[in-house]
Design a protein around this ligand. Structure first.
Ligand SMILES: O=C(O)CCC(=O)C(=O)O
Length: 353
């Protein structure tokens, strides 16, 4: 799907000087559609974006979070001191040292970008700061008690993303498990770029990590090395505090901090991305045991059908669904019946293997 740009939603992104990029071409881009949380009904969000596979930026999603008032680099430094945190794969650092490097980051010499710190595992102290749940980021089927424990993620893999100006998420990619992604900006500003799945042949996927792209910079493009990139349609936005971008399954994405930036990211799973989720998870399991892969596929297919039926009842008659206690068992179809996760639930340890 290539999207029509909304007429009145252009934004300009501060760009590095072209002189720094000899031989590179500045990419044309279209804005990602925008909506305001107060004017977007949750059911419309599901129909217009989640089930239509269409990205959107929703503003003012998190005004009640204490994170919006408290989270700053100085706050993290003071609160966590030298506690070790995961920055990237196999790379831990004391939090205070990391924050110093974030402060020293510049477009010419970008510092580290934190993208592997899952809140439940490393920073559970931060969980109360992101309650009440941003309803548009609700993890849906990931939170259902019918999900096998190994794949239950009541938090949708909630994690912290922090970087200084010029730093960026290390690779353009789409999320594993065919998950939808949601990134909510808490502090500072971040440029966010997405490409539709239809552009995959133009985005140079890596051979063994087919959801990672070889493209090093989608803004100042190396068209000699990546000529097909000129055919791809880039969508771009700037996330400001309180903005959340919804990135549908299989949409490529990458982000770059325009100032010191703090955000949280999580994933959504529901009927719209279930079938390929099942195939992804079954293939993962089959790598160690083909028999287990088959069993998991069968189990998840049945679970998907059951959840689909229960969700349909809830969609048609929320009152009946409530009487049948369905909201306890499934991913809610409406935020009005979405259970607010209790603190106890938020403190459970999410199994990682
Ligand atoms: O840095 C970002 O906002 C991108 C996050 C992301 O894509 C991810 O964690 O998978």
């Amino acid at each position: 799907m290539h999207l029509q740009p909304p007429a009145d939603q252009g934004q300009s992104t501060p760009e590095p000087s072209p002189a720094d990029y000899a031989g590179r071409t500045r990419a044309p881009w279209l804005p990602i559609e925008r909506a305001d949380a107060a004017r977007l009904d949750y059911e419309d969000f599901l129909a217009r974006y989640v089930h239509a596979g269409r990205p959107v930026v929703i503003s003012n999603v998190a005004s009640e979070w204490s994170a919006m008032r408290q989270w700053t680099p100085a706050h993290f430094k003071q609160r966590f001191g030298s506690k070790p945190v995961a920055i990237g794969y196999g790379r831990d650092m004391p939090f205070d040292k990391f924050i110093d490097e974030v402060a020293a980051s510049s477009p010419e010499k970008p510092g580290p970008y934190m993208y592997r710190s899952f809140l439940h595992e490393v920073l559970p102290e931060l969980l109360p700061d992101v309650i009440p749940q941003n309803k548009f980021a609700f993890p849906r089927r990931y939170a259902s008690p019918l999900m096998p424990e190994k794949w239950r993620r009541p938090d949708g893999y909630l994690k912290l993303l922090v970087g200084g100006v010029g730093s960026k998420f290390p690779v353009m990619h789409f999320d594993g498990e065919n998950a939808h992604a949601v990134i909510t900006q808490v502090y500072g500003d971040k440029e966010f770029i997405v490409y539709a799945p239809e552009d995959t042949p133009n985005l140079y996927p890596k051979k063994f990590f087919h959801n990672h792209s070889l493209i090093d910079d989608p803004v100042m493009q190396d068209l000699e090395r990546f000529p097909l990139l000129a055919r791809a349609t880039q969508y771009r936005t700037i996330l400001n505090p309180g903005d959340m971008v919804f990135v549908p399954a299989k949409w490529w994405h990458v982000a770059r901090a325009l100032s010191t930036s703090i955000s949280v990211c999580s994933n959504i799973l529901d009927g719209s991305n279930w079938d390929d989720y099942v195939e992804d998870v079954a293939a993962q399991e089959a790598e160690t045991s083909p028999r287990r892969g088959k069993l998991i596929r069968r189990y998840l297919k049945v679970t998907g059908r059951v959840l689909g039926k229960l969700e349909a009842v809830q969609h048609r008659s929320p009152a009946l669904a409530r009487a049948l206690l369905l909201p306890r068992w499934l991913a809610p179809v409406s935020a009005e019946v979405a259970p607010e996760p209790s603190r106890a639930q938020l403190q459970i340890r999410i199994p990682t293997s």
